[in-house]
Design a protein around this ligand. Structure first.
Ligand code: PLP
Length: 493
C-alpha cells in the first residue's frame, strides 16, 4: 500500500485516507509521501483523456485502496458544471507562452481545483475508516482558500468549517465572497493580523492537545483545508499532467520533451504539486517559483538560506503575501532524502532564530528549482502590457508569474516551452487590475467591474455578479487571541 510519513518523524506510517482525515501530523509535522510510484506516461492512453480521467489516474496512484467505481463517482460529482469551462483547466497560448487557467471553478481561483474534491475525499475517507466523529475544518486564508473551502464544505453533514482571514489583507471581492457564504455549518472571522499570524495560530490550535481533548469530549475532531492537508496537494498534480498532454496533442512538443513550469507562489503548495508531477515521471525540467515583493522563497532558492527577519509587505497579489511557507517543510524533507532529524533541526532554528540554512547536499537536490520575483510596478506593467499586446487579461498573481517567466527566459537563453499557471480571475481584484490598466476611478466595486468588462471586452464571471446583492451573513472581527473561544462558540461547546 502507498503510505505517508511525517516530516518530523519518519517512523510514522499512515495511509492517505487517514492522513486526509487528520490534516496535520503530530508535533507540527506534515504528512508526506514516503515514495512515488511512477506512472508510465508513455502509454498512448494519456493522449486521449479528459480532465476527470487524469484525476482518476493521479488519485488512484496515491489512494490505491479505493474502488474504481467509488473513485469515478467522487470525481464525477467534484468536477461537474460547477466549473464554467468544460475543459476544467483550459490552456491558452499567449505570445509563445502557455497559460493554464485554473480559475474556472465556483470561487474563481485555483483553490477550487482541489477544494471541489477534498470534501468528497474526506467523506469517503471517514466512511472507509468508520469514523463517526464530527469534523471541524480549521482554515486560515490569504484570500482564496477561505471561499473555496467554504463553498466545498458548506452543508456537508457532520462537519463544521471555520475560516479565519486577515481583516485588512484580502481584496473587497474576496471578502464579500466569504462574508456572504450560506450554510448553517459555515463560520467566518476576520482576524487582526496577517496571513502568517492566522496560519501560525491555526497550526498551534491543531497541535494543542488540551484543546483537542475538549473537542473530543464533544465528539469533534479537527482537520484542515489548507495545503498542509495532503488531500489538497494531490488533486493539484493533475493540471500539470493534463496541460502537458494538451501541448503534445497540439504538436507544440513531442512526447518526452521537457517543459518548464512557472508558478506564482505563496504557501508553496501549487509548485510542490508540480514537483510531485515530476516525481511521478512527467517530463518537467525547471520548476520556477515566482514570488512577489515578499521574496523570501526567491532568496531561499538562490542561496539555501531561509530568513524570516524581514518586513511583511502588503502587495496587490495578496494571496502570495506569505513569509512562512508551510509546504516548504515537505520539500525540505525530500531534499534531505527523508531525514526527519534534519527537518526538525531546521524547523527549530526557524522557530528560535527566524532563520535556517540547508546543507550542501540539500542545496544540490534543489537544483531543479529556480526563482525570481516581481515587484509592484512590474506587476502592474505586466497586466497592462499583456492586455495591450495580446488582448488577454490576467490577474496580479498571474502577472507575477508572467513577468518571472520572461525574466527567466531572457536570462537563461532557454528553449523549453513554458507553462505558466494562472491562479485567479482578474475580476477578483478589480481595483488593482483597473489601476494597472490605468482606467481606475473611485467608484463602487461593481461599477468598476463593469468598467473593466467594457474596456477589456471580457465577461464578469457569474459567481461575482450573483453575490452583488447577497446579504452579509458573517461580520465578526476578532483578535488572534480570541480564536479558540470563537471556535468553541461556533460549535456550541
Ligand atoms: C493561493 C494562491 C497562490 C499561492 O499558491 P500556493 O499554493 O500557496 O503557493 C497564488 N495565487 C493565488 C491567486 C492564490 O489564491
Amino acid at each position: 500500500m502507498n503510505l505517508l510519513t511525517s516530516t518530523r518523524d519518519n517512523e510514522i506510517s499512515i495511509d492517505y485516507t487517514n492522513a486526509i482525515i487528520k490534516g496535520l501530523a503530530e508535533n507540527g509535522g506534515l504528512f508526506v509521501p514516503k515514495e512515488f510510484n511512477e506512472i508510465d506516461f508513455s502509454n498512448p492512453k494519456f493522449l486521449n483523456m479528459e480532465y476527470k480521467d487524469y484525476v482518476i489516474e493521479v488519485i488512484g496512484n496515491f489512494i490505491n485502496d479505493i474502488d474504481y467505481k467509488d473513485l469515478k463517482k467522487i470525481v464525477d460529482i467534484s468536477y461537474d458544471n460547477k466549473f464554467d469551462n468544460s475543459e476544467i483547466a483550459p490552456l491558452k497560448k499567449i505570445n509563445g507562452k502557455f497559460i493554464v487557467e485554473l480559475y474556472h471553478g465556483p470561487t474563481l481561483a485555483f483553490k477550487d481545483m482541489a477544494l471541489s474534491i477534498l470534501p468528497n475525499l474526506l467523506k469517503f475517507s471517514k466512511a472507509k475508516n468508520n469514523i463517526n466523529e464530527k469534523t471541524v475544518i480549521l482554515t486560515a486564508t490569504s484570500g482564496d482558500t477561505g471561499k473555496a473551502a467554504l463553498e466545498g464544505f458548506a452543508n456537508i453533514e457532520n462537519l463544521d468549517i471555520i475560516v479565519f482571514f486577515p481583516m485588512n489583507g484580502v481584496s473587497p471581492i474576496q471578502k464579500r465572497q466569504m462574508l456572504t457564504q450560506k450554510g448553517e455549518n459555515t463560520h467566518v472571522f476576520g482576524v487582526d493580523g496577517n496571513f502568517d499570524d492566522a496560519q501560525s495560530a491555526v497550526k498551534k490550535i491543531l497541535n494543542d492537545n488540551n484543546f483537542k481533548k475538549i473537542l473530543k469530549e464533544n465528539n469533534y475532531a479537527f482537520s484542515s483545508a489548507n495545503s498542509i492537508n495532503i488531500g489538497r496537494l494531490i488533486p493539484q498534480i493533475v493540471y500539470y499532467i493534463s496541460s502537458y498532454f494538451k501541448l503534445v496533442k497540439l504538436n507544440e512538443i513531442k512526447y518526452s520533451e521537457k517543459i518548464d513550469v512557472i508558478v506564482p507562489t505563496g504557501n508553496f503548495g501549487n509548485i510542490l504539486a508540480a514537483k510531485y508531477a515530476k516525481n511521478l515521471g512527467l517530463p518537467i525540467d525547471k520548476l520556477i517559483c515566482a514570488s512577489n515583493e515578499n521574496n523570501i522563497l526567491t532568496d531561499f532558492i538562490n542561496t539555501g538560506v531561509y530568513d524570516l527577519n524581514r518586513e511583511f509587505i502588503k502587495t496587490i497579489s495578496p494571496s502570495m503575501d506569505i513569509l512562512i511557507s508551510s509546504n516548504l517543510e515537505r520539500l525540505l524533507f525530500h531534499l534531505a532524502d527523508n531525514d526527519a532529524k534534519k527537518v526538525n533541526k531546521l524547523m527549530a532554528n526557524l522557530k528560535d532564530n527566524g532563520i535556517y540554512e540547508i546543507d550542501n547536499k540539500m542545496k544540490k537536490n534543489l537544483n531543479d528549482f529556480k526563482s525570481y520575483y516581481c515587484n509592484e510596478s512590474n506587476t502592474k506593467e505586466t497586466i497592462k502590457n499583456v492586455f495591450e499586446e495580446n488582448n488577454y487579461l490576467i490577474d496580479p498573481h498571474t502577472a507575477v508569474a508572467y513577468y518571472v517567466c520572461e525574466k527567466y527566459q531572457n536570462e537563461n537563453n532557454c528553449n523549453n516551452k513554458a507553462l505558466i499557471v494562472s491562479t485567479a480571475s482578474p475580476y477578483k481584484f478589480p481595483i488593482s487590475v483597473a489601476k494597472s490598466l490605468e482606467i481606475y476611478e473611485k467608484i463602487d466595486d461593481y461599477k468598476l467591474l463593469k468598467k473593466i468588462s467594457s474596456y477589456t471586452n471580457t465577461k464578469i464571471p457569474n459567481n461575482i455578479i450573483s453575490i452583488e446583492n447577497d446579504e452579509i451573513i458573517h461580520n465578526k472581527n476578532i483578535l488572534i487571541d480570541e480564536m479558540k473561544k470563537n471556535i468553541l462558540d461556533s460549535l456550541n461547546i
